[in-house]
Design a protein around this ligand. Structure first.
Ligand SMILES: Cc1cc2nc3c(=O)[nH]c(=O)nc-3n(C[C@H](O)[C@H](O)[C@H](O)COP(=O)(O)OP(=O)(O)OC[C@H]3O[C@@H](n4cnc5c(N)ncnc54)[C@H](O)[C@@H]3O)c2cc1C
Length: 461
């Protein structure tokens, strides 16, 4: 069908299985994973465009994994709040929503079973830059009689257009800016022409934040009470940021004591709000141009550099992903004496000699979010206080992913790679103990930049 070829020719689409449309298929199936929203979601809109052409309804499948490494009550509560709202919004748009709890290592078995039940003509997924080619092949085999497309819903400029790992912000920036006019446009929320009708024999899914109680989750990390999940909460946070803090963002963002940033990262991580929604609202706001540009640099250039990093560097979770110069210098300093050494448990409990670091760790452990300036300091000190750089790297990944509501995100892996492995950075002099030529940060220099006393007081034990 030629018009369907036009839908798949969108640069955001990757055809993972080029099977012909199944003529006996009954619906277009969207397997939602990262883009957990019904608003401004390019993957959902692609599914709707195809379903309108095929004169079939759309149904969304979400397989909730009962266990995920490092995920705990904090993450599940926030995610379920968002999914309950997304389910409601999808039904309002006459789209089906099927939610299943999966007990295995992934949701493929449930998904394959669901495909057999509903017989899709086409399967659409949202893109995940952390997935490798082999995983897509396995996914395509789950239902080989229908085409499988993945759609980049999490970035503005499709990540496949950047082709290879980018060296730094300065190399990706011009490439992104060249394509922004083409891709920074409203996603558009199409009308659904063919409504999904639930099978009367099948109970509709009930998604509720209360489900978290039934999942036997790791409850040692409590829900983040300052953050409520969902697209409504994300849009409200965006409006508040534009009204109260966008003017002054360029200078205020490096002041952890005043919370001048957007705190949108948890919503972006769970795909409860999309980058198009945020970027267009900021672009059109009345704040000074310098503040809007500073924010878009973080939200588009830095964020999409992180996506590019995990997409093209498969070793993104370990020190092995580092820049060669950084590996060399860290190796040369591997035997340097550490003035302080802490175990992972001491770090997790904020039991170091450094009040600023302890305050940052406490902010993350109790609230589920740490200020961006301090995330850099936090990771660098773990390098300084661990017996080996690779151990420091692993500890950073584990603590970040466990406590940050926005953890397990490309931004987190890129941030740790930057702090320890020199990723997207350059060698710095003078050479220092333990760090070698990797950029150093001290509590004295941080305290000169912002009122660290006020921050420490706020997050004292
Ligand atoms: C060691 C370390 C660990 C980090 N861990 C995470 C993490 O787990 N999850 C996460 O989302 N971010 C992480 N970051 C990146 C960044 O610190 C956070 O995205 C940011 O602080 C979130 O706060 P905000 O939403 O108020 O940011 P704002 O300043 O309001 O920026 C808006 C958005 O831009 C993006 N952004 C901002 N700074 C960066 C950056 N340096 N790199 C990439 N994107 C950026 C984020 O999506 C953010 O929500 C980490 C950085 C470092 C150095």
């Amino acid at each position: 069908m030629r018009s369907l070829d036009l839908v798949s020719a969108d640069p955001r689409v990757v055809v993972r299985n080029g099977a012909a449309i199944d003529p006996s298929g009954r619906c277009v199936l969207y397997r939602m994973r990262r883009a957990q929203r019904a608003l401004d979601n390019p993957a959902l809109e692609t599914a709707i465009a195809a379903s309108n052409l095929l004169a079939q309804p759309v149904v969304v499948f979400f397989g909730l994994l009962a266990h995920r490494p490092m995920a705990n009550l904090r993450h599940y509560s926030f995610m379920l709040e968002g999914l309950a709202e997304t389910a409601r919004r999808l039904v309002e748009r006459r789209i089906g929503f099927v939610f299943r709890i999966c007990t295995g290592a992934n949701s493929n078995r449930e998904f394959g079973r669901f495909c057999t039940e509903v017989r899709p003509s086409l399967v659409v997924c949202d893109e995940d830059p952390t997935r490798r080619y082999a995983e897509w092949i396995r996914e395509a085999l789950l239902y080989p009689s229908a085409p499988l497309w993945s759609v980049d819903a999490d970035v503005i400029v499709p990540s496949k257009l950047l082709e290879r790992e980018q060296f730094a912000a300065r190399t990706i920036r011009p490439r992104i800016q060249k394509r922004l006019k083409e891709f920074l446009k409203p996603v558009g929320n199409r009308s659904v022409r063919f409504a999904w009708k639930d099978d009367p024999g099948v109970k509709p899914p009930v998604v509720s934040p209360k489900l978290a109680d039934r999942l036997h989750l790791d409850g040692s990390v409590s829900a983040a009470s300052e953050f409520r999940g969902g697209t409504d909460a994300a849009l409200a946070a965006l409006r508040r940021f534009i009204r109260d803090r966008l003017s002054g963002y360029a200078s205020g963002r490096s002041h952890p004591e005043i919370d001048a940033t957007s705190q949108l990262s948890p919503y972006l991580h769970f795909g409860q709000i999309g980058p198009h929604t945020v970027a267009l609202a900021i672009r059109d706001a009345s704040a000074p141009a310098g503040d809007r540009e500073a924010f878009l640099e973080e939200m588009i250039v830095r964020r999409e550099l992180a996506v590019n990093f995990v997409r093209y560097n498969p070793r993104f979770k370990t020190l092995a992903c580092s820049e060669p110069w950084a590996r060399r210098t860290l190796d040369e300093h591997a035997r340097d004496k550490r003035t302080h050494l802490y175990t992972e448990r001491q770090l997790a409990n904020a039991e170091t000699h450094d009040p600023l670091w302890n305050a940052a760790q406490r902010q993350m452990a109790t609230s589920g979010w740490m200020h961006g300036y301090l995330r850099m300091y936090w990771a660098k000190k773990i390098l300084e206080w661990s017996p080996a750089a690779d151990e420091a790297y692993d500890i950073c990944v584990r603590l970040n992913d466990r406590y940050e509501l926005d953890g397990r995100d490309p931004n987190g892996y890129a941030g740790i790679a930057w702090a320890i492995g020199g990723k997207h950075d350059r060698a710095w002099g003078p050479e220092r103990s333990v760090y070698g030529k990797v950029r150093y940060m001290s509590s004295a220099s941080s305290s000169r930049k912002f009122d660290s006393r006020a921050y420490i007081e706020k997050w004292s034990a």
